[in-house]
Design a protein around this ligand. Structure first.
Ligand code: AHR
Length: 328
């Protein structure tokens, strides 16, 4: 469609004002602005692809690229924070317009975040965060898009208290050491349990958010603590690994051991339906559409809230069957 002279002049003034707005808000915060344009070169340096959650998150970015006019530069750090830093550096060198970073761990990715800012690239942290004592949203990066991990741990603890009578002897399978979900899910759960004398955390050890490591760690901890009757896993993959270890040891998950977890994967919802697992609090991996929406607002000059919070549901026997078809 061709615009009339006056109309096209107005449109270009409006575009200019929007850009000026973007620059004003961004520079007031000391952050690089984002120009409004037809296509963006978008960096998404994924940390690993060893579980359904990560695969669903990467797919969400690829699916969004089409509708949001992104030329997506996506990498896979294969579980190495050092490789993820190198991937960010390479994206900076390739001249990406904007960076959506899921930092594997809280500290090692901070230099990469600061280098992106120095290179004039607005950065959004997605799903995981960095150490807030060192790097701050609104100053070092634009915003964190993600769940409240402390609240997820708290909700699992509260559900467990309401659904497990008597003494609870708990094994906790932690996520990746030094990652924000592992730190926060532990805090949320442990703080609630500390207020209840009938609950004891027998052991707490990392399974790196991975199914097979979760299984191996559970095997070892089960030998040291055969009286365990609750397993809290920081994600569904480790919960499924724990179920395998318990079954191999002749235990009956769901009957003599209550399994509680976080994410909402298809396997976890099936385990709930099968009576092997009690609850999983959702942690959505579908960040692509949210990233597109927030990036659009930033390019239009809007000030972005430091934390764009994702609201999570809770899945139990009451609703798991209703949601399994949409699960990943
Ligand atoms: O950062 C979110 C966590 O990372 C998910 O709970 C987990 O499954 C993933 O690896």
């Amino acid at each position: 469609m061709k615009l009339s002279g006056t109309f096209s002049a107005m449109a270009s003034i409006a575009a200019g004002l929007a850009l000026a707005g973007a620059a004003t808000v961004a520079s007031a915060q000391g952050l690089p602005p984002l120009e409004q344009k037809d296509r963006y070169k978008v960096g998404f340096p994924q940390m690993e692809s060893n579980n359904p959650w990560r695969i669903a998150e990467t797919k969400s970015f690829h699916d969004t690229a089409e509708s949001c006019n992104w030329d997506l530069v996506a990498t896979d750090a294969a579980g190495s924070a050092a490789k993820q830093v190198a991937d960010v550096d390479s994206m900076i060198a390739q001249g990406i317009d904007v960076l959506f970073l899921p930092p594997r761990e809280e500290k090692p990715l901070i230099p990469a975040v600061l280098r992106a800012k120095q290179a004039g690239i607005p950065t959004f942290l997605v799903d995981r965060s960095v150490d807030p004592n060192v790097a701050v949203a609104g100053r070092d990066y634009v915003s964190f898009l993600g769940s409240d991990f402390i609240d997820q741990g708290r909700r699992v603890a509260e559900w467990t208290l309401a659904n497990h009578e008597g003494e609870g002897r708990i094994i906790e399978l932690e996520g990746t050491t030094g990652s924000s979900p592992a730190n926060d899910r532990k805090k949320g759960f442990d703080d609630v349990m500390a207020e209840h004398d009938r609950m004891t955390i027998l052991a707490s050890q990392t399974g790196d958010f991975a199914r097979d490591l979760g299984r191996q760690v559970m095997e070892t901890l089960l030998q040291a603590h055969p009286d365990v009757n609750i397993v809290y896993a920081h994600n569904d993959e480790m919960a499924i690994g724990a179920i395998q270890a318990l079954e191999q040891a002749g235990r009956t998950p769901g009957e003599d051991v209550l399994i509680v977890s976080i994410d909402g994967t298809r396997d976890a919802l099936q385990a709930i339906i099968d009576g092997k697992m009690g609850v999983t609090v959702e942690s959505s991996p579908f960040f692509g559409p949210l990233a597109c929406e927030v990036m659009g607002r930033y390019a239009a000059g809007e000030e972005i809230e430091p934390w764009v919070k994702v609201e999570d549901r809770i899945f139990t026997l009451d609703n798991a069957a209703d949601h399994i078809d949409e699960a990943y």
